[in-house]
Design a protein around this ligand. Structure first.
Ligand code: MD3
Ligand code: FE
Length: 210
């Protein structure tokens, strides 16, 4: 690594809104380890299409891992998108998520699940709020791997105007405090290829759901 690429790889610490901290490139140093952990999870708990609350298949593919308590809270016999196979969270990923939360001012973060979203060309995620977790004082840690996307971050009403944020490989955002209930989504993905993940973007979200 030369001086320039070292400088370019230096992680940032940007507060997008109070409680929403973007740390660009923070996951880069351990990218191979993290992606191997993701592939391990997906080998045990295969990806499947997510389903909207109204029962429509979404374009994004998802999987999960976490504790048995979190699994029991999430599992719904009516909703086959919550799978029976739910492996534990890999230690390398949990340790990293905890370090991210501490760096962002949430030392009490205690995640019990890691939700995986996989995007490819044209995959999008409509504007929504994350409000199904039990304790909304706990933040969410999100890690992006692979293809870049345009992330939309809005206000507290669906129709509020949104900020467009480019999320790239290795970027981490911690969402908590007053930003925890902001509406957000992902614009339709452009096609591309990434050396680690191929034609995909993976987003990992660590949460406490139970
Ligand atoms: C913004 N995932 O799985 S990071 C999701 O890129 C989800 O795959 C996105 O939204 C993705 O629900 C975005 C996760 C995230 C979580 C909580 C938030 C973004 C947030 C709370 C407020 C604002
Ligand atoms: Fe979300």
């Amino acid at each position: 690594m030369n001086l320039f690429s070292q400088l370019a790889a230096e992680p940032t610490h940007e507060e997008i809104f109070p409680g929403a901290v973007l740390m660009r490139g923070l996951a880069l140093a351990q990218e191979a380890e993290f992606f191997a952990a993701v592939e391990h999870i997906l080998a045990v708990a295969p990806l499947h299409h997510a389903m909207t609350p109204s029962g429509l298949l979404m374009s994004v593919m998802v999987s999960d891992c976490g504790t048995p308590e979190a699994f029991r809270r999430r599992w719904d016999p009516q909703n086959p998108s919550v799978r029976r196979m739910w492996p534990p969270m890999p230690r390398v990923l949990v340790d990293f998520a905890l370090r991210c939360a501490v760096r962002s001012g949430f030392p009490q973060f205690c995640p019990d699940t890691c939700h995986i979203n996989r995007y490819q060309a044209a995959t999008k995620l409509g504007i929504h709020q994350d409000r199904h977790e039990f304790d909304l004082h706990q933040p969410i840690v999100s890690i992006s791997l692979g293809l870049e996307c345009i992330f939309l971050l809005g206000g507290f009403q669906r129709t509020d105007k949104t900020k467009r944020i480019l999320l790239e490989h290795g970027d981490v955002i911690v969402w908590g405090g007053p930003s925890r209930m902001r509406f957000h989504g992902v614009q339709p993905m452009k096609p591309g290829h990434h050396p680690l993940t191929g034609p995909y973007r993976y987003n990992l979200t660590f949460r406490k759901v139970a």
